[in-house]
Design a protein around this ligand. Structure first.
Ligand code: FHN
Length: 438
């Protein structure tokens, strides 16, 4: 309603913080949930007997599904098992501090009641519930930051794509083909939708743009859109895909002045962090962002926990993806991995949240993080005999196991090494807390 909209807008904080303060919650959070959900969860990677190679959310483009055919999925989208509180609980129990959900992916379908289109959950589907509104309420209850992914690419909007190929193969369009009407889409559709997202759902932690690669979208548009967002909600954080600075999947900005508050490595973890540069690796647990009913290739919980440690040790955040089903459920294998991650973080989160990259070379047995003058050594695979050799340039005063401080560890100054007890409980990563000499 009109009042609710105004109330939501009023809730969004309007006092402009200095960047260091604005970024603080995000830098300390370290770990967020990415949610790729939309009409593509219905075919789930398979259409008319063909299976899409790779990401299931690209099925419309990869299998050349004409707009009129793909639109039929909207009338079938009825995720009756969707429970925002359950999703938020899964994220919170996993140790995730923010949730980034696809408000609209490249296929153009909107998970909220948009005023500028009927191609949305309220008007085109039998579900007729505002998914973003329910998620916003659930996040607020659990103090989880609500964040919005939004695609610049739109395979449904006629002004956003190159002239229609025979099969509307818009996503694969020739990079020299421009759509003369794209500025109309930008002005009359993309910006109004971004304004809706930043006006109707309270505080938005991050706007996570995607689709920055299309040639019709210009750096002028990107810089304007960044300012447009900050004018509505001054403290919202915006990724670097709002502009044109990103260098491919490595995600960091090339030199030059580009808008965006953090780099976005995708499906990869950089070899090292970059001092003074904020970045977040977005990873899948399998090999697709959107739900796929076949060929998953799931990563182990251990790998995912070690990825989190690796990323934080380099000064980044992990945005880890789930692809809910067309019924509105986060797949079981994803939930299992998130439960394992939550159990590890519950015991070892001190070495992750608010922790930063250390000045020490990464050891071959694991990673270091640092917080408040303390060093945390994360041992991935305990060396034979339990002997862990620390970097010689670490001035060690005291070492102890993070999970059981009473179990004093003896440190041999001469060899810079310590011996872990043989009866340690099994862990994906064993954390040693190192107090430094004053
Ligand atoms: O094309 C999208 C893809 O579907 C997915 O959303 C990823 C997630 O970051 N971004 C784009 C590929 O770079």
């Amino acid at each position: 309603s009109e009042n609710a909209d105004h109330e939501a807008a009023a809730m969004a904080s309007t006092e402009k913080l200095p960047d260091e303060e604005r970024m603080e919650w995000w830098r300390d959070a370290s770990f967020g949930m990415f949610i790729h959900w939309g009409l593509y969860s219905i075919p789930a990677g398979i259409y008319k007997g063909d299976t899409v190679r790779g990401n299931a959310e690209w099925i419309m483009d990869k299998l050349d599904i004409p707009v009129e055919e793909y639109e039929e999925f909207a009338g079938q989208f009825n995720p009756v098992k969707f429970d925002a509180d359950q999703w938020v609980k899964i994220a919170k129990d996993a140790g995730m501090k923010y949730i980034v959900i696809t408000t609209k992916h490249h296929d153009g379908f909107c998970l909220w009641d948009s005023e500028v289109t009927d191609y949305d959950i309220m008007d085109a589907s039998p579900f007729k519930r505002d998914i973003l509104a329910e998620l916003a309420e659930a996040c607020k209850k659990e103090d989880i930051k609500l964040c919005f992914y939004h695609s610049i690419v739109d395979w449904h909007h006629p002004d956003a794509q190159a002239p229609l190929y025979p099969n509307y193969n818009a996503g694969q369009r020739d990079s020299t083909v421009f759509n003369p009407d794209f500025p109309k889409y930008y002005e009359n559709y993309l910006k109004p939708q971004v304004k809706e997202l930043l006006t109707n759902y309270g505080d938005v932690g991050v706007v996570w743009f995607d689709g920055d690669w299309i040639p019709d979208y210009t750096t002028e548009m990107g810089k304007e859109l960044y300012s447009f967002i900050r004018d509505i909600q001054p403290n919202t954080i915006v990724n670097n895909r709002v502009d044109k600075g990103r260098t491919g999947m490595s995600g960091m900005n090339k030199s030059g002045t580009f808008a965006g508050d953090f780099g976005t490595p995708e499906k990869e973890i950089p070899d090292t962090g970059i001092p003074g540069v904020d970045w977040e690796s977005c990873l899948t647990m399998n090999n697709t962002w959107g739900f796929k009913s076949v060929d998953h290739n799931w990563k182990s919980s251990e790998t995912l926990i070690r990825d989190l440690v690796d990323i934080v040790s380099k000064g980044g955040n992990l945005l880890l993806n789930v692809g809910p089903t067309s019924e509105g459920e986060i797949p079981g294998p994803s939930v299992e991995r998130l439960e394992d991650m939550g159990a590890w973080i519950k015991e070892n989160g001190e070495s992750i949240y608010g922790a930063k990259s250390s000045p020490y070379e990464k050891p071959d047995w694991g990673r270091y993080t640092t917080k408040d003058g303390v060093i945390y050594a994360h041992v991935f695979d305990i060396p034979a005999g339990g002997k862990v050799t620390l970097n010689a340039d670490i001035a060690v005063d005291k070492v102890e196991l993070l999970v059981s401080p009473s179990s004093k560890l003896s440190y041999d100054e001469a060899s810079h090494s310590l011996s872990l007890p043989s009866d340690l409980p099994a862990s994906e990563v064993t954390v040693i807390k190192i107090d430094l000499k004053k």
